[in-house]
Design a protein around this ligand. Structure first.
Ligand code: DGL
Length: 278
């Protein structure tokens, strides 16, 4: 048993999809969420910058005394996942493998769509992970670079006049191709799930990479005897690098409850952090 919090991080709001799922399936666990809202988006940046930010984010959480780090960011998982895993001596959970497993389990026609940020799509990690589990799978992977700014800007309500046309623009090809399963390979995208469902129809199974990472986290902590002894009453604390932004307001809409404990983190202090390595 381990009563320390689970650390979850993302470039911004997207990792809340993992945090919400963790709070649902492990209601006794304390969660510590870090969103790099002052430097979002990561997905349009080069690999070197993403790796540097990722190391700083993970080092911040480790400095808070977490017992595990959930990298709830498709971009960081794809570009820097291996790098991070090698630099940590606590359980580390990324989103690519859990989402690939879920997609392979869900598809019937072996046509799997993947949508994610430009950096994630360029890395090729999702198609690689899906095909390694299902060699018959055909994968169509497409970047949707406007989705993250739309989510961070709060354009998430069904019928939103900007997000609705953007969803149609990015997903038309995947719909016409006949994917029966769509991996939301960026953890921000499930916040657009109602709009995506409206466009693709209920028959297409959506895989939330953040949610799948939460299930993997529960399994891994259970296997290593690191779950909390409590079964309810866990708390959530939030740290963001831009406390003046829309984080709390959008988080409240998404989580369906007030987000009270949001603390600022200075980007300058992050820049002095480095993972110590094993
Ligand atoms: N939630 C991040 C991801 O899963 C968003 C990346 C970004 O900041 O562009 O990829």
């Amino acid at each position: 048993m381990d009563e320390r919090p689970i650390g979850v991080f993302d470039s911004g709001l997207g990792g809340l999809t993992a945090a919400r799922a963790l709070a649902e399936i492990l209601p006794g666990e304390d969660l510590l969420y870090f969103g790099d809202t002052g430097r979002v988006p990561y997905g349009s940046r080069g690999a070197e910058v993403i790796r540097r930010y990722a190391r700083q984010d993970a080092a911040f959480l480790l400095g808070q005394g977490v017992k595990a780090v959930v990298c709830a960011c498709g971009t960081v998982s794809s570009v820097a996942g291996e790098d991070l895993a090698a630099g940590m001596d606590c359980p580390f959970i990324e989103v690519v493998s859990p989402a690939a497993r879920a997609a392979v389990g869900a598809t019937r026609n072996h046509r799997v769509g993947v949508i994610a940020t430009a950096a994630t799509i360029a890395s090729g990690r999702f198609p690689e992970a899906i095909r390694s589990l299902d060699p018959e799978a055909q994968v169509l992977a497409r970047a949707c670079p406007l989705f993250v700014p739309l989510v961070e800007g709060g354009h998430i309500a069904p019928g939103d006049p900007i997000a609705g046309p953007a969803v149609a623009y990015y997903l038309r090809e995947l719909r016409d191709w006949g994917a029966d399963t769509l991996v939301l390979g960026c953890t921000h995208y499930p916040l657009l799930a109602p709009l995506i469902r409206d466009y693709l129809g209920e028959a297409v199974r959506l895989v939330s990479s953040g949610e799948e990472a939460a299930f993997t986290t529960r399994a891994l902590l259970a296997e290593r005897g690191l779950l909390s002894s409590r079964t309810k009453g866990g708390s959530s604390r939030y740290f963001v690098t831009d406390p003046g932004g829309s984080f709390a307001a959008v988080a409240e809409v998404f989580l369906g409850e007030p987000v009270n404990h949001v603390a600022p983190v200075e980007i300058g202090s992050l820049e002095r952090l480095e993972l110590q390595g094993r």
